[in-house]
Ligand binder design. Structure first.
Ligand code: GAR
Length: 207
């Protein structure tokens, strides 16, 4: 089996990236390998974990590009091509990507979002879920399209919202589910088991 070459794009803590690395390491049959961790922030905490794990890292500092999103995306594209990347995972990557970049990676770029999309797109999802009084919250993996948090949904996991939840306790419960569904998403994508039909994503049976 040839493993798909995956880049994980981060901006901060990198716990979802770490979950992907652990899964890829722990399972000899995992159909993907993490060949690059790319951060747009030089001080992203996740970079330390990647370096300690022996994974090549690169920083493309978004600050240096100011408002020129096309130039920033082109710099990222060059790094991805250099590393022979086949699948891109956004994992807490807090930058909007140009439509051109999204087009280039259509069907091969996924994101994880800390809410049950299409509810609570954007930022501060846990605080907003609490403020709305929803009884279930969760996380979503989806293909990336130019619209923010809008692409076809791959997997979701729901958690109950408890009466005494704070933003922190709710975030923690959701994060545990993120660490479960993101590796599963990559397993399905890398083994060619995801079929996109309009906005619906079907999972083909294995074998
Ligand atoms: C995660 O909760 C992820 O779902 C969220 O940022 C966090 C990153 O944590 N992503 C977004 O909000 C994207 N819109 P991590 O760096 O520990 O994986």
């Amino acid at each position: 089996m040839t493993k798909k070459r995956v880049a994980v794009l981060i901006s901060g803590r990198g716990s979802n990236m770490a979950a992907l690395v652990w899964m890829a390491d722990a399972e000899p049959d995992f159909p993907a390998e993490i060949v690059l961790v790319l951060s747009n922030k030089p001080d992203a905490k996740g970079l330390d974990f990647a370096r300690k794990s022996g994974i090549p890292t690169v920083v493309v500092p978004s600050k240096a590009y100011g408002k020129d999103r096309a130039a920033f995306d082109a710099a990222m594209q060059a790094e991805l091509e250099k590393a022979g990347v086949e699948i891109v995972c956004l994992a807490g990557f807090m930058r909007l990507l140009t439509p051109e970049f999204c087009e280039k990676w259509a069907g091969r770029m996924v994101n994880i979002h800390p809410a049950l999309l299409p509810s609570f797109k954007g930022l501060d999802t846990h605080a907003r879920a609490l403020a709305e009084g929803v009884k279930f919250h969760g996380c979503t993996t989806h293909f990336v399209t130019p619209g923010m948090d809008e692409g076809p949904i791959i997997l979701q996991a729901a958690v109950p919202v408890l009466d005494d939840d704070t933003e922190e306790t709710l975030a923690e419960r959701v994060l545990a589910e993120e660490h479960r569904i993101y590796p599963e998403t990559i397993r399905l994508l890398a083994s060619g088991r995801l079929v996109v039909e309009g906005r619906r994503v079907r999972v083909k049976s294995a074998g």
